[in-house]
Write a protein that binds this ligand. Structure first.
Ligand SMILES: [Zn+2]
Length: 126
């Protein structure tokens, strides 16, 4: 069950991000999945839904987008790339030369969090 292990990785990353931003709920996540990852998108969605129960990810919309030539910057991380797979690519954020992401990998492109207003923070006069 490769999908289950991947789903567990995704869940732990999402939980960590949610903590950092003090989120109360995860609304949606978007995954970019290399075309040679040997993962089955429907099976991965199912695993994610199952393990999301009683976690911050419960009820979140999960979108899995296949990708062939996404790029990876050593500094900024990974970005979607739809251009020529043979061309030299630069990081869309810092402009450094970026390398091609292995098409066997999967990563989280976007996490949409629901962050509750913090009334204590607003009224604080420290
Ligand atoms: Zn960069």
């Amino acid at each position: 069950m490769h999908e289950l292990a991947t789903a567990q990785d995704v869940l732990s990353i999402v939980q960590r991000e949610a903590l950092v931003y003090n989120a109360v709920r995860v609304k949606a996540i978007r995954l970019r999945m290399g075309v040679h990852s040997h993962l089955e998108p429907r099976s991965l969605s199912f695993c994610l839904e199952s393990i999301a129960q009683d976690t911050i990810l419960e009820g979140a919309r999960v979108e899995i987008v296949p990708c062939e030539a996404d790029v990876e910057c050593a500094v900024c991380g990974r970005f979607p790339y739809d251009g020529d797979a043979g061309a030299e690519v630069r990081c869309p954020k810092c402009g450094e030369t970026a390398k091609r992401m292995p098409p066997t990998e999967i990563y989280i492109q976007e996490i949409t969090l629901d962050v509750e207003d913090d009334p204590i923070g607003k009224e604080s006069s420290v």
